[in-house]
Design a binder for this molecule. Structure first.
Ligand code: KG4
Ligand code: ZN
Length: 334
């Protein structure tokens, strides 16, 4: 295993790629001293989704007080921080710029190294905020609002994307189905709650792209739910629709992830991203894995959704760079 990064002892992380303003201080790459996440959800709810300009403005309003509070809660001064980590992509450009400006100003003002972090790698590194992180190599299923992908992670500097979604991300599908059912935004947690009392076999929704093991497609599933809703009478069987939709998602994710593990002979799988906060998904992955000698790793829901601890955890393994060359990169991939 290669370990090229210096591994700064105390890293302050900043994450502003979408609709959470987040700041954390972590120690030794594994221990969270303080984690603050300000969710903008209420400001976006009226629009049924994230409005980029509103997101940037809210980040600007919140970021400085969150940094102050985070340092105070960590019982550290800025002088005691060894490096600043910041998400530089992927995400909304204006939102990323707010975090980058704050991080660059702090790094320049306090003469600290600055470490740019890929948000997608950050999601994976939520699993390193632990005394027992997964051993290399492992497969990662990353399921969030903007991304759905499978990756093979050989070591800290060898991350290979195996496949991704051709259309909607899984979280996006949850959000769109919730909108069709008038359940509100964000859809994932509400659909999960409704699904608990529903029958997952009530409706037969498609499990797409069985023939392309590492590729995903969720827009057909979303349309199938919409068409089913149009055929039904009020009151809609919301619980059954949610449970059947969620089961189609889980079945697809399990079969593709386990195929990757078996095909590549890598018996470890980590679940990352906001959708991995779904406890029904996690328990079904674990149940199925125990029958196949695969090990599935999940983290607490608050480490699945966007946060800055995962950004700082990734930064522990990444070298700092000259701040002047770091740019917001909205379309950054793995
Ligand atoms: O990782 P994340 O916080 O932000 C992105 O990087 O996109 O993921 C947010 C997504 C949203 O689409 C949200 O609906 C979904 O994760 N999500 C869930 C759950 N909690 C959040 N989806 C399913 N079940 C959940 N419990
Ligand atoms: Zn995310």
């Amino acid at each position: 295993m290669s370990e090229r990064a210096p591994g700064f002892k105390r890293i302050l992380g900043i994450e502003t790629s979408c609709d959470e303003t987040a700041v954390s201080v972590i120690e030794n790459g594994t221990h969270i001293r303080s984690q603050l996440v300000y969710s903008q959800i209420k400001s976006h709810q009226a629009f049924g989704g994230v409005v980029p300009e509103v997101a940037s403005r809210m980040h600007t309003e919140k970021i400085h007080s969150l940094i102050d509070t985070c340092l105070r809660e960590s019982a550290l001064s800025l002088a005691q921080i060894d490096a600043i980590a910041v998400t530089y992509g992927p995400g909304l450009e204006g939102a990323l710029l707010v975090g980058l400006a704050a991080a660059k100003a702090m790094a320049a003002g306090a003469n600290k190294p600055l470490i740019p972090v890929n948000h997608l790698e950050g999601h994976m590194y939520a699993h390193f905020l632990s005394d027992t992180p997964p051993e290399f190599p492992f497969i990662c299923l990353l399921v969030s609002g903007g991304h759905t992908l499978l990756a093979q992670v050989n070591d800290h500097h060898d991350i290979l994307q195996l496949g991704s979604t051709r259309d909607d991300a899984v979280g996006e599908a949850f959000d769109k189905v919730a909108r069709v059912l008038s359940l509100g935004y964000p859809g994932g947690p509400i659909v999960e709650k409704m699904a608990k009392t529903g029958n997952p076999k009530a409706f037969s929704f498609p499990r797409a792209l069985r023939q392309s093991p590492f590729e995903f497609s969720f827009s057909g599933l979303k349309t199938a739910v919409l068409q089913q809703v149009n055929r039904l009478q009020e009151p809609l069987p919301i619980a059954d629709l949610c449970a059947s939709f969620q089961q189609a998602v889980i079945d697809t994710l399990i079969s593709k992830s386990f195929y990757a593990c078996n095909h590549l002979s890598i018996p470890r799988l980590i679940l990352s991203g906001g959708v991995a906060a779904n406890q029904s998904l996690v328990s079904q992955f674990k149940d199925q894995a125990s029958k196949q000698d695969l090990q599935v790793y999940a983290v607490a829901p608050k480490l699945c959704t966007d946060n800055a601890s995962m950004i700082a955890a990734r930064a522990y393994h990444v070298p700092p760079v000259d701040p002047s060359i770091i740019q917001a990169t909205p379309q950054l991939s793995l």
